[in-house]
Design a protein around this ligand. Structure first.
Ligand SMILES: Cc1cc2nc3c(=O)[nH]c(=O)nc-3n(C[C@H](O)[C@H](O)[C@H](O)COP(=O)(O)OP(=O)(O)OC[C@H]3O[C@@H](n4cnc5c(N)ncnc54)[C@H](O)[C@@H]3O)c2cc1C
Ligand SMILES: *[C@@H]1O[C@H](CO)[C@@H](O)[C@H](O)[C@H]1NC(C)=O
Ligand SMILES: *[C@@H]1O[C@H](CO)[C@@H](O)[C@H](O)[C@H]1NC(C)=O
Ligand SMILES: *[C@@H]1O[C@H](CO)[C@@H](O)[C@H](O)[C@H]1NC(C)=O
Ligand SMILES: *[C@@H]1O[C@H](CO)[C@@H](O)[C@H](O)[C@H]1NC(C)=O
Ligand SMILES: *[C@@H]1O[C@H](CO)[C@@H](O)[C@H](O)[C@H]1NC(C)=O
Ligand SMILES: *[C@@H]1O[C@H](CO)[C@@H](O)[C@H](O)[C@H]1NC(C)=O
Ligand SMILES: *[C@@H]1O[C@H](CO)[C@@H](O)[C@H](O)[C@H]1NC(C)=O
Ligand SMILES: *[C@@H]1O[C@H](CO)[C@@H](O)[C@H](O)[C@H]1NC(C)=O
Ligand SMILES: *[C@@H]1O[C@H](CO)[C@@H](O)[C@H](O)[C@H]1NC(C)=O
Length: 489
């Protein structure tokens, strides 16, 4: 250890002498030095791990194997003070790093790195404050963990819909929930943040902090590392819902039901229509959610369509979310996502989705038999953006945009570029179909938590980009957070 520290001191002196800050300039001995420097600086609450420790493997693991990278080491901070110490060291050594919450980003390098991987897993507390009707949630938790903790006391928060997704990335990016038609996005239901600023200062951010409050609500990891979220809570009764599958010959019936559903305005109701192509076949699924033990008649159009299998029932919110876990097995396959913004799932737009899923599904399946190409159509209430004030995302709250996700799974890594091309082509084609259909989507914001790497900032943050750039320069003049990947202002 003494020798390492000595060598590290030497290499740090060399490094701080104005080297450019690219990863190429950080050879593995520099990185290991930084890891050791962090290890000695931390309190007993935190720990650094090296390969092949099981903790290290867990820290770098992502939902998509294609976004797991072998970092030099991983660090699990256990206090905001230690996060501060880590950021100071990473900033002064200009070391590339990544911050991981639930690890569900599918873009490589967004929460993964070959530098220093920070895993927030030790921030795992859920504390209910019934006086202020808020819940304090640690940045390392996943939504299903939070729901399970809250279930016995019959309160809930506005968060993710599928098990495993992290509180941090979803809340810092926007956050579409089963409760969004009623209460807005996750960003509209944050009461405060505990944030470690890029220079290491620990601070609480609330609506009084004009610029940071604006930036953190959609700005992901540009403004520092969040350690805790204070979320508004709501009473939660039993719910009704689950998943049903349909034969391909019911496609028109499901389209009709979806078009009809969008005419209704029952904010307790949500459906997600899943279209998916694999092994030469289109499959259709619908996720149902109603925020009461018995649904209104809002789903009648769907429920009249005979299902091949499925499971909808009265159940707890937590159980409903858990039951959707069957949708997310990846069998070690590679995964990319892309987002498409539409204002309505009209018959023409629905047909464009089906057509693209089938055409590209077949084309890609010819190249890789493990290909699954899917779309998740998510209609919300037209007033979904009316529940919050100005924020980084969405850039325009004056009209509704549905954040449709296209997902692509495959196995052959030499096809990565082809897959990215396909996703962009699908997205462009459907965008054109929506324009042709008369939808005002020319400036409709793409949801950055679904968007494929390379998507221009303007497509996601619209007219907010310039303000966000200014805030970034003010908060992080040394561009410490630029050492971490992701959407960068
Ligand atoms: C199966 C699946 C289901 C999904 N369902 C939904 C859904 O219902 N609604 C929805 O809105 N989105 C959904 N998404 C998208 C989801 O919002 C994003 O994948 C999001 O990034 C997940 O957050 P995470 O913490 O798991 O991700 P991570 O990969 O850990 O992080 C994502 C980004 O946030 C940054 N970050 C993480 N923690 C911190 C922190 N503490 N401080 C600062 N920056 C941080 C990371 O650096 C990275 O840039 C889903 C994705 C998947 C794969
Ligand atoms: C790696 O970095 C160390 C310390 O900065 C330096 O001594 C060594 O020459 C570097 N090695 C390579 C291959 O660049
Ligand atoms: C939270 O993290 C701490 C420290 O890593 C661990 O000891 C504890 O078991 C975790 N608690 C839960 C509920 O997971
Ligand atoms: C943030 O708020 C918490 C709870 O109110 C408080 O205990 C803590 O001291 C505050 N931190 C800072 C840096 O102000
Ligand atoms: C929408 O909701 C309002 C108020 O609840 C109701 O009066 C109206 O009839 C509803 N519109 C439709 C199309 O259901
Ligand atoms: C339906 O859900 C119940 C309760 O979650 C579960 O016990 C049962 O196995 C499920 N049935 C099917 C067919 O998935
Ligand atoms: C499909 O994926 C599995 C699991 O990752 C892998 O073992 C298999 O070789 C892949 N098949 C093809 C045809 O690529
Ligand atoms: C992977 O794709 C490349 C490029 O198309 C191809 O040359 C190669 O044969 C594929 N590998 C497998 C195992 O299918
Ligand atoms: C999609 O790709 C095809 C080629 O496969 C091309 O002809 C078409 O113009 C592309 N569409 C868009 C909208 O980019
Ligand atoms: C750290 O950054 C914040 C936000 O820009 C600033 O207010 C504070 O003065 C900085 N602290 C130090 C010690 O530079």
């Amino acid at each position: 250890m003494a020798l390492t520290t000595l060598l590290c001191t030497f290499s740090l002196a060399v490094l701080s002498y104005g080297q450019p800050e690219t990863l190429e300039n950080h050879n593995s001995s520099d990185l290991l030095c930084t890891c050791h420097q962090i290890a000695v600086a931390l309190s007993g609450a935190s720990q650094v791990f090296f390969p092949p420790a099981s903790e290290y493997l867990l820290d770098i693991e992502h939902a998509a194997p294609s976004s797991t990278e072998a970092s030099a080491c991983s660090v699990e901070p256990g206090s905001a003070e230690d996060v501060s110490e880590i950021l100071r060291i990473l900033g002064s050594t200009r070391t590339p790093f990544a911050v991981k919450g639930g690890g569900h980003a599918t873009n490589p390098g967004f929460s993964s790195t070959t530098g220093v991987q920070i895993s927030m897993s030790r921030f795992n507390e859920t504390k209910v404050n019934s006086m202020s009707e808020t819940v304090e949630v640690g940045a390392g938790l996943t939504w299903d963990q939070v729901y399970a903790t809250l279930e016995p006391i019959r309160v809930n928060v506005v968060g993710g819909r599928i098990p495993g997704v992290g509180v941090a990335g979803l809340t810092l990016g926007g956050g579409y929930s089963f409760l969004t038609s009623q209460y807005g996005l996750a960003v509209d239901n944050v009461a405060g943040y505990e944030l470690v600023l890029p220079n290491g200062t620990i601070t609480n951010v609330t609506s009084k902090d004009c610029d940071l409050w604006f930036g953190l609500r959609g700005g992901l990891n540009n403004f520092g590392i969040v350690t805790k979220f204070i979320l508004k809570s709501y009473p939660q009764s039993e719910t009704w819902g689950g998943l049903r599958f349909y034969a391909e010959n019911q496609l028109d019936a499901i389209k009709g039901a979806l078009v009809d559903f969008q005419q209704k305005n029952d904010t307790k109701a949500e459906v997600i229509v899943l279209l998916s192509y694999s092994s030469g076949q289109l499959s259709i699924g619908v996720i149902y959610f109603y925020d009461a033990p018995t649904p209104s008649r809002v789903f009648d159009g769907f429920l009249d369509v005979p299902a091949t299998e499925g499971n909808v029932s009265t159940r707890s919110f937590s159980d409903l979310v858990q039951s959707l876990g069957s949708l997310v097995g990846n069998n070690g396959l590679r995964i990319f996502y892309h987002g498409i913004a539409v204002t309505q799932y009209s018959p023409a737009v629905f047909d464009a989705f089906v057509n693209q899923i089938k055409v590209w599904g077949a084309r890609l399946w010819a190249l890789d038999k493990n290909v699954t190409l899917g779309a998740t159509l998510e209609p919300f209430d037209k007033g979904l953006f009316s529940h919050g004030s100005d924020s980084a995302y969405p850039p325009d709250r004056s009209y509704a945009v549905f954040p449709t996700d296209i997902s692509l799974l495959w196995s052959n890594a030499s096809l990565d570029e082809m897959m990215a091309f396909a996703l962009r082509n699908i997205s462009d084609t459907i965008h054109e179909a929506a324009l042709t259909d008369g939808q005002n989507v020319r400036h409709a914001a793409v949801y950055m938590n679904y968007a494929l790497f390379g998507t221009p900032l303007e497509d996601m943050y619209g007219g907010n980009v310039e303000r966000l750039r200014k805030i970034r320069v003010a908060i992080d003049p040394d561009d410490v957070m630029g050492l971490a990947g992701g959407w960068k202002f």
